[in-house]
Design a protein. Structure first.
Length: 412
C-alpha cells in the first residue's frame, strides 16, 4: 500500500481559499487566483549557469483569495495559521537580513508586492489574502514559486498592471516581468538564491507540453509531452527528506559555478564549448566536478529535447531518453553532490523495478525524484520504492503521477 499525493480539483482549491478568506476576514474576496508547482524533467542546476531546462507544470497548485485594501497593510492567513493572522506593512518590508525582513511563508507573498514596486509598478495598495496550497511543501516541487506566482497574477489583475494576460492567452513579455518579480522576491525577501526556472514554469507552462527554457535570455518553446498517448507515465517520488534551499548548500554550489566561470573567463558556464580544456584549466577538483556536471547536463538536456522533437518515446528513442535521465542523476550525485541517501535509493529502486530512467529533480538535498515508467506500472514501481525505503529505515515516501498542466491565472 502506497500513499498518493492527489491534487485538488481547481474548483475545490478555489472554494477552499474563498471559504478561508470569508471565515477570516468576514467578506468576499475580489477573486481567487492559482499557480502550479513544477517538475523539471531534465536540466538541473543549469538555470543560473545560462543552460536549458525542461520543466512541466503540475496539477498541484497554490490558491490565493485576495481583496485590495485602502491602506498599505497586508493581512495573510493559511490553514496552518488560521488562528493567527499575519499583519505586515508594505512600507516596512525589506530584504532578508535587514530590519523589516519577513519570515516564513509570508515572505513569498509580500515579497512579490515589494519586488513589483522595486521594478516601478507601484505604489501598490495593501491587501488581504487567504492561501490554500496543495503543492507538497519541502518536496522540491517548487511550492514557493507557486505561492509567488499566484500572488503575482492576483496583484497584476487587481492593481491593473496588465502584464499577465489570461492563462489561455498569456502575455509572454508581461509574464517575463512577473517572473523577474517573483524571482527577486525569492532571492531577496525569502533569502533563497534560486534562478528563474521555477517561476518561469509556473507562469509560462502549458497543458500537455514541456517548456523548453533557454536561461540565457529566458526564451521558451513548448514541446509536446503527452506521455499517456505513448503508454508512459512520469512517476514523482516525494522522498519526504528535509528539503531547503536557504541552508547554504544551494548558495555554495552557485558560488562554485560563478568562481569557475571567472577562472575560465566566461560570463556563464553555458559558454564553455570545450569541456576537457575547461577541466584542465581548473586546479580545484571541486570546481572541476561542478563544471563537469553543468556542461554535461546542458548537453543531456539538448539531446533529450531533440528526442522529443523527433517523435514518440518508443524503441531506441525511449531507451536513450531513459539513459539521459539516469545519467543526469549520477552526475548530480557524483559531480554536483546534491543528492541524499533517500534520493539515491528512490532512483535505484525505481530502475530495478523496470523504470526506463530516473533522476532526482529540483534543488536536491532531499525533495523528489522522477521515474519514466510504462503506463499502468506506476503503482508497482511505487510499491518497490516504498519497500526499499522501509528496509532502509527511511520515512515513508509519497507519490504522484505528473501530468503537464497550465500556468498561473484566475480561477474565480
Amino acid at each position: 500500500m502506497v500513499t498518493w499525493n492527489e491534487a485538488a480539483s481547481r474548483e475545490e482549491g478555489a472554494a477552499q481559499a474563498r471559504a478561508l478568506f470569508v471565515q477570516t476576514f468576514g467578506a468576499e474576496p475580489a477573486g481567487v487566483w492559482s499557480a502550479p508547482g513544477r517538475v523539471n524533467v531534465i536540466g538541473e542546476h543549469v538555470d543560473y549557469n545560462g543552460g536549458p531546462c525542461l520543466p512541466i507544470a503540475l496539477p498541484h497548485r497554490a490558491y490565493v483569495a485576495v481583496a485590495l485594501r485602502d491602506d498599505r497593510l497586508v493581512r495573510l492567513v493559511s490553514p496552518q495559521t488560521a488562528d493567527a493572522v499575519d499583519v505586515l506593512d508594505l512600507d516596512r518590508v525589506a530584504p532578508r537580513g535587514s530590519e523589516g525582513e519577513v519570515r516564513n511563508w509570508a515572505a513569498y507573498l509580500v515579497g512579490v508586492a515589494w519586488a513589483l514596486e522595486q521594478a516601478g509598478y507601484g505604489p501598490l495598495p495593501g491587501f488581504d489574502v487567504a492561501l490554500w496550497n496543495c503543492v507538497p511543501r519541502g518536496g522540491g516541487l517548487s511550492s514557493s514559486a507557486a505561492l509567488e506566482c499566484s500572488m503575482a497574477v492576483a496583484l497584476d489583475e487587481l492593481a491593473g498592471l496588465g502584464l499577465a494576460g489570461g492563462a489561455d492567452a498569456p502575455n509572454e513579455e508581461g509574464r517575463k516581468i512577473l517572473v523577474d518579480a517573483c524571482r527577486r522576491a525569492e532571492n531577496e525577501i525569502a533569502g533563497a538564491n534560486t534562478g528563474g526556472l521555477d517561476q518561469t514554469a509556473s507562469l509560462r507552462c502549458a497543458g500537455g507540453h514541456a517548456l523548453e527554457l533557454d536561461c540565457r535570455d529566458m526564451s521558451t518553446a513548448l514541446i509536446p509531452f503527452d506521455l499517456a498517448a505513448q503508454d508512459l507515465e512520469l512517476l514523482v517520488i516525494d522522498t519526504r527528506a528535509k528539503h531547503s534551499l536557504n541552508d547554504g548548500q544551494y548558495a555554495a554550489r552557485r558560488a562554485d559555478c560563478e568562481e569557475a566561470a571567472r577562472i575560465l573567463g566566461v560570463d556563464l558556464l553555458v559558454e564553455v564549448s570545450d569541456l576537457d580544456s575547461a577541466l584542465g584549466s581548473l586546479e580545484e577538483e571541486r570546481l572541476r566536478m561542478r563544471v563537469r556536471h553543468v556542461v554535461s547536463e546542458i548537453a543531456r538536456t539538448g539531446a533529450f529535447v531533440e528526442i522529443l522533437k523527433e517523435g514518440p518515446l518508443e524503441g531506441e528513442r525511449l531507451g536513450v531518453a531513459g539513459a539521459l535521465l539516469t545519467d543526469s542523476h549520477e552526475s548530480l550525485r557524483d559531480d554536483y553532490e546534491v543528492t541524499c541517501p533517500e534520493l539515491d535509493v528512490a532512483v535505484e529502486a525505481a530502475l530495478a523495478a523496470g523504470a526506463h530512467g530516473a533522476r532526482m529533480t529540483g534543488g536536491g538535498f532531499g525533495g523528489s525524484a522522477i521515474a519514466l515508467v510504462d503506463a499502468g506500472s506506476g503503482t508497482r514501481v511505487a510499491e518497490a520504492v516504498a519497500g526499499a525505503f522501509e528496509r532502509a529505515g527511511f520515512t515513508e515516501p509519497h507519490f504522484m503521477i505528473a501530468v503537464p498542466e497550465g500556468p498561473a491565472g484566475r480561477e474565480a
